[in-house]
Write a protein that binds this ligand. Structure first.
Ligand code: SF4
Length: 450
């Protein structure tokens, strides 16, 4: 890593899966705001939905997700019953719409659900919202904890994309993160999924884990390519033990330094690109025939709470504790505390707790950030024209970007900001030039850039 990049790499920056980011949300008074936004969805318009399943059978020590170990199925079953209730409450609150175009089960580990509960939730979504014929139904899976009959249930439910948490294949690293997952286990699951007609397989890999080396990262990337993964995401481990308490079990002395982290991210990119994967935005790779690569080629790539997507929907309905919903007018987030979420749902209230109404300035900056995060390039005047505002409205961002030019993080030519390929890992730092809210906040609220 260039010396000039070190101060930027150690600075906390948002992931920019939204703008404003969740750190900008403030308490909502009741559920009236969320209801009003739900009513305002355009008739006939396709929507997306996300179901959060906040449980895992075992906790990985690197995890930064909102999840816990339930110790038995009772809590999962109770949560499922409440989720079914939230689905009907939300569907009743929505105005007329065109049904679900993208349905995503995330967590936690959605495969902690029994096959019958998974089918019941999918059926409820179909009955309550309608799922379009061509919808993508995606589920995140922990290969270690699959249950008998589960893949068949996914097939019956219409799942057509599965994301497998793989992270690393190296046993020493797996021990150090409390995630023992032999390669054969992943291979067997992929074969079973393909046998059930679920051909689109995504793999999540990581770098920067304790004891991990560039060779380990290259090995995992080669494995993803050999298995024909349609998409591969490569996330850097974010060590934030003050926030994610179980990360205290990770030996800090075994964590890679900045240079090594940078080298690991590079080797993942080089290995996947050598295997004909297309680099997508900050940290995704896709086979040229995958919908994500096609969307990137055709300028339709988007970024939302699930990361990079070809999902064009403007409305995303988040269901379950901590889930975030996105509307044209703003964002609302469900109660993070599961007890509070359960009480609200039992009482027949939408469990929205925090959120933010977006201003015209937010929309303008959101479009600029999303464009840059997706294309590594943004024409600021084009964004202003698309939003119908004066073409100097983002001059502050151009000025900020010019200050990053000397370090080689980006180049500014006229109104165009471009992030060079080598600086891709610091893309969020350049996107932050548009973030008027982060610049107004003195508090560090996010993980480091690299
Ligand atoms: S399986 Fe995924 S969500 Fe669950 S603890 Fe491990 S990393 Fe976190």
């Amino acid at each position: 890593m260039k010396d000039a990049w070190i101060p930027f790499a150690t600075r906390a920056v948002p992931r920019y899966t939204s703008y404003p980011t969740a750190a900008d949300f403030s308490p909502l008074a009741g559920d009236a705001q969320a209801r009003a936004w739900m009513q305002a969805v355009a008739p006939g318009e396709a929507i997306s939905a996300y179901l959060h399943i906040p449980f895992c059978e075992k906790l990985c020590w690197y995890c930064g997700c909102a999840t816990s170990v339930p110790n038995g199925y009772r809590r999962v079953g109770e949560y499922t019953d409440l989720l079914l209730k939230e689905i009907s409450l939300t569907a009743a609150a929505m105005g007329p719409h065109g049904g679900i175009g993208h349905l995503h089960f995330g967590g936690g580990s959605p495969n902690i659900l029994s096959p019958s509960d998974f089918l019941e939730l999918t059926d409820a979504m179909r009955r309550s919202f309608g799922i379009r014929e061509d919808a993508e139904i995606a589920v995140e899976l922990d290969p270690r904890t699959m249950q008998k009959g589960q893949v068949a249930a996914f097939g019956r439910a219409g799942v057509n994309r599965a994301s497998l948490g793989v992270q690393t294949l190296n046993e020493d690293v797996q021990h150090a993160i409390n995630r023992i997952q032999p390669r054969e286990m992943v291979v067997a699951l992929i074969e079973e999924l393909r046998g059930a007609g679920i051909g689109a397989i995504n793999m999540d890999l990581m770098y920067g884990l304790p004891y991990q080396t560039t060779q380990h990262v290259a090995e995992a990337a080669r494995f993803a390519a050999e298995m024909g993964a349609a998409r591969v995401s490569v996330f850097g481990y974010a060590h934030v033990p003050w926030f994610a308490k179980h990360q205290r079990a990770i030996d800090e002395a075994a964590l890679a330094g900045l240079d090594e982290r940078f080298a690991q991210a590079r080797v993942a990119a080089m290995t996947l690109e050598a295997a004909d994967y297309v680099a997508i935005g900050l940290d995704h790779y896709a086979r040229a025939d995958d919908a994500l690569a096609i969307a990137a080629r055709e300028g339709r790539l988007r970024r939302n709470f699930q990361g990079y997507t070809d999902d064009p929907c403007a409305t995303l309905i988040g269901l379950g504790a901590t889930s975030i919903s996105q509307f044209r007018e703003g964002f609302s987030q469900n109660l993070k505390d599961r007890k509070g979420w359960a009480e609200a749902v039992r009482a027949g209230r939408l469990p929205a707790e925090r959120g933010i109404a977006v201003s015209t300035d937010d929309r303008l900056r959101a479009l600029a950030i999303e464009t840059l995060m997706c294309r590594l390039e943004v024409d600021v005047m084009e964004v202003c024209a698309a939003m119908g505002v004066a073409d100097d409205r983002l001059d502050d961002a151009l000025d900020s970007a010019r200050r990053l030019e000397a370090a080689g993080l980006c180049y500014v030519s006229g109104s165009v900001i471009t992030v060079p390929e080598q600086a891709r890992i610091l893309l969020r730092t350049v996107a932050q030039c548009f973030d008027a809210r982060a610049q107004a906040s003195a508090q560090p609220r996010h993980a480091k850039a690299v």
